[in-house]
Write a protein that binds this ligand. Structure first.
Ligand code: ATP
Ligand code: MG
Length: 550
């Protein structure tokens, strides 16, 4: 691939990846060795006890509203929620679902639930009736915390196990009573349940244990590289695992000041927030970066000089986007790979290390990654295989709720966790994403990863976004078909399509060039994280073929 981006210079927490990778052991982290632990206590209360109560814990911005809270003030509100939950009879092991907008109360409710030993189930604010119902019933939740607006999407008769619904407005109106109770937990006991994004099928309820905070804290330190003076902004809602692990736990375990932004993506607003709040670290997703890139020179209207570190997660990060940020913002985007099930970073790019655009990075210290064949044997470097992680590590899920069979299916070979993704690893240890196991295209015997083709497509000046699938074909098995959206002011013509095809052909290979290109208005995506739903594109294509045939 293209040029390697040099490591940054700075006062980073981890400066010598190779030697740390060789010597690091989770047992070196004091948090790991605790007999009893409480994730919520470690996240907030400990800092207050250690004398950092007056430090700003969060900046909340929502339209004209702006609120800043210190760690002491966050703790006070958590104490209040603890009181409310306990006086409603909530106890260890209960499932408390939290359906709130991205606001401080959402973060506080999660922490209060966990501090009393109950299991927090944060739900994305974009969910509608059916999605909420499914998740709550799968978990047999006991309690729901919501607000008046989102609460309208809930029909009590649909969620029979929920005995109590608490409204944010009511909780906040009640006189503050501080309850300092902490339930000390065995590190293996559950604290948090997150449903996966549903990119490949039914979302799975992934249960995480308190021990995961070791993973959160250590990756927060090394990968997010948070320091005391940083203003850290993770744009994900805590209803997704990124929004809780890297939006709440990892930064706060490291005592960072975080930004909570109400509302959705808007390029101008995002740049404005960075300028106004002096954001120094930004963690977001490829879709957001692609949109910023499509806005062109807009960034020039803002003072973004506070920004020093950018990270990405959730789907493949196209090299073109990395080069754009490097040119425009003079910053690299650090890709990270992990899954709801892994509970924390597995493959990362560190600020002190070179980046190979197109690669997700290298394994996090204390974690060993393997590329396996279909029998579970490790493949030589350079070959495409199943991306697997050697068991075990602190963030690894405890189980899939209510589905032990599914849980066991992640471990088909002794000693390995199987991700469901395909990847290759090069001689330097860098890992390159190839696609989901099920998304791989097989055309005339050639295996083609959709991501590489998509990245090549969006290099073309006319293309905004691309989703690539294998379309069933009687002769070739499958052919490469691309669905694209065009940049504004570009018209669809046969010549344009041919020029796009030629672009991929000359950059990648003849067999990778899409035989069919279809221009659409919008790509189907999972909510918020904006992952391209290739499964849906393919399903529609197969249905259309069936109609054509009949
Ligand atoms: P479901 O499991 O319900 O089908 P999902 O796999 O999208 O949904 P998540 O746990 O949110 O749910 O996402 C994890 C997946 O996201 C990974 O398996 C991988 O396919 C993709 N992913 C995450 N980070 C990256 C990355 N940096 N590069 C490429 N793909 C990534
Ligand atoms: Mg998945």
């Amino acid at each position: 691939m293209g040029e390697i981006l040099k490591p940054l210079k700075g006062d980073f927490h981890l400066t010598d990846y190779q030697s740390v990778y060789e010597t690091f052991n989770w047992k070196d982290v004091s948090l790991f060795n605790k007999q009893t632990v409480n994730a919520a206590y470690e996240t907030i209360d400990r800092h207050v006890e250690e004398g950092y109560g007056e430090k700003i814990a969060l900046h909340y911005v929502n339209q004209d509203k702006r609120e800043d809270l210190t760690f002491k003030e966050v703790q006070r509100q958590v104490n209040h929620y603890v009181h409310i939950l306990r006086s409603n009879g909530v106890k260890k092991g209960d499932r408390v679902f939290i359906f709130l907008p991205k606001n401080p109360a959402c973060y506080i409710a999660i922490l209060a639930t966990i501090r009393i030993g109950a299991i927090a189930g944060p739900l994305f604010e974009g969910f509608m009736e059916e999605a909420i119902k499914e998740r709550i019933n799968d978990c047999k939740a006991n309690v729901l915390i919501t607000d008046q607006t989102l609460g309208e999407r809930i029909k009590t008769e649909n969620i029979p196990t929920v005995a109590t619904i608490l409204y944010q407005e009511t909780i906040e109106k009640a006189p503050i009573v501080e309850d300092h109770y902490v339930e000390w937990m065995d590190p293996g006991e559950g604290m948090l349940i997150h449903y996966t994004s549903g990119s490949t099928g039914q979302p799975k309820g992934v249960l995480h244990a308190h021990r995961a905070v070791t993973h959160h804290a250590q990756s927060g330190k090394w990968v997010l590289d948070v320091h005391d003076e940083d203003v850290y902004w993770c744009t994900s809602h805590p209803g997704w695992v990124t929004g809780s692990v890297y939006g709440l736990f990892a930064p706060w375990l490291n005592r960072a000041t975080i930004v909570i932004q109400g509302g959705r993506f808007n390029a101008k607003l995002w740049y404005q927030i960075i300028e106004d709040l002096g954001v120094s670290i930004l963690y977001s997703a490829p879709t957001a970066f692609r949109y910023l890139m499509a806005e062109g020179d807009l960034y020039k209207q803002y003072d973004l000089s506070s920004l020093r570190h950018i990270l990405s997660v959730g789907e493949p990060l196209n090299p073109e986007v990395i080069y754009w940020a490097h040119r425009a913002l003079q910053l690299r985007i650090h890709d990270t790979w992990w899954m709801t099930e892994t509970g924390g970073h597995i493959i990362v790019n560190l600020p002190s290390e070179p980046i190979k655009p197109g690669s997700m990075g290298r394994p996090f210290p204390g974690i060993e990654v393997g590329i396996l064949d279909e029998e579970g044997n490790e493949l030589p470097r350079g070959e495409i295989g199943q991306l697997a992680v050697k068991t075990t590590w602190p963030g690894l899920m405890k189980t899939i709720w209510n589905n032990d069979e599914k849980f066991r299916s992640y471990f088909p070979y002794k000693g390995w966790y199987i991700s469901g993704d395909l990847a290759t690893q090069d001689e330097d240890g860098y890992i390159f994403f190839q696609g989901r196991h099920d998304d791989m295209i097989n055309s005339s015997g050639e295996r083609i990863g959709p991501f590489e083709v998509e990245s090549s497509l969006i290099e073309h000046p006319a293309v905004k976004e691309a989703g690539v699938i294998g379309k069933p074909d009687e002769i070739r098995g499958e052919i490469v078909k691309a669905f694209i959206t065009l940049r504004s002011n570009v018209d669809e013509t046969p010549e344009l399509k041919e020029s796009i095809r030629q672009h991929v052909k000359t950059r990648l290979a003849a067999h990778s060039a899409p035989r069919e290109i279809e221009v659409i208005n919008e790509l189907p995506k999972t909510k918020i994280s904006g992952k391209i739903l290739r499964r849906e594109l393919k399903q529609k294509e197969i249905e259309r073929q069936a109609i054509d045939k009949s």
